[in-house]
Design a protein. Sequence first.
Length: 362
Amino acid sequence: MNFLSRRDFLKISGLALGGLAFSPFLPGLTDFDDSFVVRIGTANMPVRKEPSDESRIELSRYRDELVHVYGEVTAAEPKHNPVWYRVWGGYLHRGRLHRVRTVYQEPVKSVPAGTRLIADISVPFTNPWRYSKLAGWQILSPPLYYGSVHFIEAVEQGPPMADYDGPWYRIFDELDSNVAYYAPAIHMRALPADMLSPISPEVPYQDKLIEINLATQMLYAYEYGSLVFQTNISSGVPGDPTGGSGIPTTTPTGKFTIVDKVPAKHMGYSYFGEQTTGNILADVDNYVLPGVPWTSFFTAQGHAFHGTYWHENFGSPMSHGCINMRTDESNWLFRWSSPAPIAPTTERVATRALGTQVEIHY
């Protein structure tokens, strides 16, 4: 069995592209880069003749296809996210696209005993493998996607039948902790320590506030009543598809606090079919989402702020109740809010009622 099919190799080889999404506090990142690639983040997307949902469909692209972008157009619609990308054959709306990069990494030589490293995926996607005595080596699905964050607990050899014979990282996953899985070390970036360093820790927790306006899909962060950060987000899709038997997908309103946080969270279902505690799924049509980054919980049911590697449709409800954020912005919130980040851990960081205040309203 090959590690990469010829089709997959052609997808990812030679791609070098610019990376971070829009942030109002990172000026210059919205300037168009004429050499970037996006991953299709949903089952299929129409390529339209013109940048409009009313325009004729020229062809379709399917989940995990990588598409070169040649230009960017700001159209009249949709108002919350009017950006379209010019691609071969026409235009793609950016809402369900995932901007990716291909950056191969120098593997770390070892992980100190009793610790875990935090690493993110630095290629568009990579298929993890697992080993069991019953089935031997198997490729897992879905892949691990660019920007997802994972706990690395060892550097080992991987599947002997894979075309890649370099070092592999053994990944710890709290939902699949009984059976480890592995990914090529060159596909994962060990994150620098400053991605866990607190932001403005001198400000008391009671003098920080996170405000969410569900009507405008905006997040505001305050210190001593003064605005220090703002961005648009994607909250839960209004409704209750469970018919009252489960947790509604509507994001709850009211006053909360950050109750705990973890740098990487497996949401939805595990690779082996286990459901997450709380049944808060991160996205409407993705049910296995390992490595959801920079997760800050604000309810006991599992509602959280977290990074998002499966869409770029901020400004519109997209989730099953959580607050979807751009990954770099969720890292900022993770570091800024109380409790302060600590050394890499797979355990939630309890606040003992000292968490940052959260107010959610329409």
